[in-house]
Design a protein around this ligand. Structure first.
Ligand SMILES: [Zn+2]
Length: 149
């Protein structure tokens, strides 16, 4: 890391401390050239990737929206809000684990479908039929058959 005083990039960590609540790590560094000390903080990067829409627009990931679209697909189905919550959490974990800055909305749609498939077959077909905007009836039929199996 570069020294903020003289700009040389030879610095040494002289002390490392975890904050009281464990939220970040604080490091004292010393510049090998000018010997001045400075502090850096290390925090987990938990920002979710931006969503790239089909038309190329970038929007912020919106948990509420994701939750709402799953809830809509699961309307009147025997699935609890808690189950939806944990499905959303699994999707977010997956998104974070990818470690990308941007993600196509279609990829998120696929993750939603995977979760719905596990939760409720009817909701899965509902979501998929809207989401995939089927080009023909046969494709829809294939999906329904797939679910029945
Ligand atoms: Zn320096």
């Amino acid at each position: 890391m570069k020294c903020p005083f003289c700009g040389k990039d030879e610095t040494q960590v002289v002390e490392t401390r975890v904050s009281e609540d464990g939220d970040f790590i604080r490091r004292r560094r010393q510049c090998m050239a000018c010997e001045r000390r400075f502090t850096t903080y290390e925090r987990p990067d938990v920002s979710l990737p931006a969503v790239v829409k089909k038309d190329g627009r970038r929007i912020d990931y919106d948990r509420t929206k994701l939750h709402a679209s799953m809830k809509l697909a699961l309307r009147k189905r025997p699935v609890s809000t808690e189950q939806i919550d944990s499905a959303v959490e699994r999707i977010e974990e997956k998104l974070l684990s990818l470690g990308v800055r941007e993600i196509p909305s279609t990829r998120i749609g696929e993750l939603v479908m995977r979760e719905l498939k596990k939760l409720d077959k009817v909701a899965y077909v509902r979501f998929a039929s809207v989401y995939r905007s089927f080009e023909d009836v046969d494709e829809f039929k294939t999906l329904v058959d797939e679910v029945r199996r």
